[in-house]
Design a protein around this ligand. Structure first.
Ligand code: ADP
Ligand code: 5GP
Length: 213
């Protein structure tokens, strides 16, 4: 029986570090599949279409949603974002874990889907609001306007922290990365992630019955 992959969902207020952590997790385990979201926001310097996001327009995005091609989607900071369904299904059916960098609305939709048993959700908190602002500025990719908008919305996102399986305070990056690796390693041992256990226990039962006959 093929093990179905985990859907590893990472959320945080913008700037807390989830893209950085996602990249580090993928370097740690290159077999992790990154769910490349579709978005109507424009690319940032250094972002590549098809690698970081599928950049699209409103009409094409709405079509994908109406055709049922999105696993989840949401309106965030004035743009649409969504996770295309087909690549996720293909990966998890062949036993590969998929990592999502999505907001709380998307996390909730995935948790409420039929795949719920295979979802691992992790929320990343910043050490402080001041540090969150510092990181958004240090990233150097958004205008002062956009940063102000993201800071304003950060509480909306943080207020959903308690809907997640795990919550990490991303203070020291190496420490947070190591905690993430521990979580993923442990969750891969979940009963639902080990379908062969049923056969193994059946075997043990036959052996037990023979042994005690
Ligand atoms: P998000 O994806 O949550 O919006 P990013 O991963 O882009 O956030 O991180 C925002 C900025 O903060 C980046 O410049 C990143 O290098 C930096 N950063 C991330 N985690 C830490 C950390 N633990 N300590 C210091 N800087 C960090
Ligand atoms: P950014 O514009 O900084 O890349 O992302 C803005 C916010 O949108 C982040 O909170 C990010 O996690 C979220 N996001 C990115 N892709 C998706 C997606 O496919 N679905 C949902 N629901 N949120 C997403």
């Amino acid at each position: 029986m093929v093990r179905r992959g985990l859907l590893i969902v990472l959320s945080s207020p913008s700037g807390a570090g989830k893209s950085t952590l996602t990249k580090r997790l993928r370097n740690w385990d290159p077999s992790l599949t990154f769910s490349i979201s579709a978005t109507t926001r424009g690319p940032r310097p250094g972002e590549e279409d098809g690698r970081d996001y599928h950049f699209t327009d409103d009409t094409a995005f709405r079509r994908l949603v109406s055709e049922g091609q999105m696993l989840e989607h949401a309106h965030v900071f004035g743009n649409f974002y969504g996770s295309p369904k087909a690549p996720v299904e293909e990966a998890i059916e062949s036993g590969r874990d998929v990592i999502f960098d999505i907001d709380w609305q998307g996390a909730q939709q995935i948790k409420n889907s039929a795949l719920n048993k295979h979802v691992l959700s992790i929320f990343v908190l910043p050490p402080s609001i001041e540090e969150l602002r510092r990181r958004l500025i240090a990233r150097g990719q958004d205008s002062a306007d956009v940063i102000a908008k993201r800071m304003q919305k950060s509480w909306d996102e943080i207020s959903h922290w308690d809907g997640y399986d795990y919550v990490l305070i991303n203070d020291d990056l190496d420490v947070t990365q190591s905690k993430l690796e521990t979580i993923v390693s442990a969750e891969r041992l979940r009963r639902s992630q080990q379908p062969d256990l049923v056969d193994h226990v059946r075997d043990l039962q036959s052996q037990f019955e023979e042994d005690t006959a």
